[in-house]
Design a protein around this ligand. Structure first.
Ligand SMILES: *[C@@H]1O[C@H](CO)[C@@H](O)[C@H](O)[C@H]1NC(C)=O
Length: 414
């Protein structure tokens, strides 16, 4: 009976916390990994890659090891694995991310083409319209951030997860005068992952006209615990970034932010990708990692990381680049100041997703879509070109056939 109860509660929990499915054609990386491991050849190549990753964590690979890793990567043709994605807040998110990065062992950190996460345009445009509607309501001089907090309180899930993180971020570790930052981060992430965007983004980006409201907005994520150092010293941004890159989750959230908040002078939103809402969601994804950004003060909407570039030496420019992702980013600025409102999309894109097809259908669709994905996917093209680079500085066309390319180079002694 007890066993049944436990089973049932696991089941219920699973349903309650289940996330929307990934779009057809994109598999979750955990699933893709199982698919690969069911095939002996794929399994072997993949375990070589996993080995490469674990080696790389210790030290940069030697040239022989590097070539072996490259060969395994270029021989891996299992599309679901190459095109798989993860979901923020999923139960096995970290495992999923590990899989995602293990088939991208040589992708540069500067690569803005790829995000491990997939945000469906339907959900995003739905959220954008709600956020836009909410932000256009007249406030009659009311404190918008107070109003957002009240709205959150009226929705049980928002209110309770918010209390959870406020408690986690303000509670002192017994016998000390500081909080447990890891617990605070975990609780902040849970809040941002589980609460619908219209509430959480409403709280994070509420529009203010006075300092009282601005102060409330700045303190929303409990800065004293979530990022400020106890001694008040800011870390160097390069150090912050390298610690972030050593952490699967932080690295992924950062890649997602860079991908979705890329600026463009050619679009009215200031964003390279069309919707500013995706940028806001990605920005929110960084909250609760060691790269938690926040408002600089209670009088503007300017945001920054809690770090500086003092003592960066010859890496000063690199360091400024990190700061500028937040302080000098037109896409992010516009998205925050317009609260994610974006031009309304065609009505049909606001319809809920069609019911999930049968697993068999999905299987068939998957291979077709993955094939499409692969042929159109700049991510993979780029990845393959990165792969090919060490042996041949070729054009993208030949880079798509890294095996041929590398081998002909090897044979011709180039
Ligand atoms: C706004 O920030 C300043 C500087 O940190 C602080 O002195 C002031 O008390 C804040 N204003 C409000 C209304 O909290």
């Amino acid at each position: 009976m007890l066993f049944l109860g436990i089973l049932l509660s696991i089941f219920i929990q699973d349903v309650v916390t289940s996330l929307r499915p990934l779009p057809p054609g994109i598999m979750d990386c955990v699933e893709a990994e199982s698919g690969c491991e069911a095939d002996p050849q794929c399994k072997e190549l993949y375990s070589t890659l996993r080995y490469c990753v674990s080696e790389e964590e210790v030290a940069p690979p030697g040239s022989k090891a590097r070539i072996e890793c490259l060969e395994a990567l270029s021989a891996l043709h299992y599309l679901p694995l190459l095109a798989c994605k993860c979901q923020r807040g999923a139960r096995r998110e970290e495992h999923c991310l590990r899989v995602y990065w293990s088939v991208r062992i040589l992708q540069s950190y500067e690569d803005l083409e790829a995000s491990p996460y997939d945000d469906s345009p339907v959900e995003m445009s739905h959220m954008a319209s709600i956020v836009a509607a909410a932000s256009s309501l007249p406030l009659d001089g009311q404190n918008a951030c107070l109003k957002a907090a009240q709205d959150c309180g009226l929705y049980e899930k928002c209110g309770s997860l918010r209390s959870e993180y406020v408690l986690a971020c303000t509670k002192r570790v017994p016998g000390s005068d500081h909080c447990n930052r890891q617990k605070c981060h975990r609780a902040l992430r849970r809040f941002l992952e589980r609460v619908p965007g219209e509430y959480s983004l409403g709280l994070l980006f509420c529009p203010c006209t006075d300092k009282l409201c601005g102060e409330r907005r700045r303190k929303t994520i409990v800065p004293s615990c979530s990022y400020q150092e106890r001694d008040g010293e800011q870390p160097n941004c390069m150090h912050l970034q390298s610690s972030c890159r050593r952490d699967q989750l932080c690295r992924s959230r950062l890649a997602d932010f860079q991908h979705n908040c890329q600026s463009s002078g050619h679009s009215p939103s200031g964003c390279f990708r069309d919707s500013g809402t995706v940028c806001l969601k990605s920005y929110a994804g960084l909250i609760g990692t060691i790269m938690t950004p926040n408002y600089l003060s209670n009088s503007t909407m300017d945001v920054a990381l809690w770090c500086n570039c003092e003592g960066s030496g010859n890496q000063w420019k690199e360091c400024l680049k990190i700061q500028n992702m937040f302080t000098n980013n037109a896409c992010l600025e516009n998205s925050i100041s317009t609260m994610g409102s974006s031009p309304p999309r065609p009505v049909e894109s606001l319809l809920p997703p069609s019911p999930r097809p049968s697993p068999l259908d999905q299987q068939n669709k998957l291979s077709n879509n993955a094939q499409d994905e692969l042929s159109n996917n700049a991510v993979l093209k780029h990845q393959l070109s990165t792969v090919a680079q060490p042996c041949c500085h070729s054009s993208v066309a030949t880079a798509l056939l890294p095996q041929l390319c590398c081998h002909s180079q090897t044979h011709s002694g180039g």
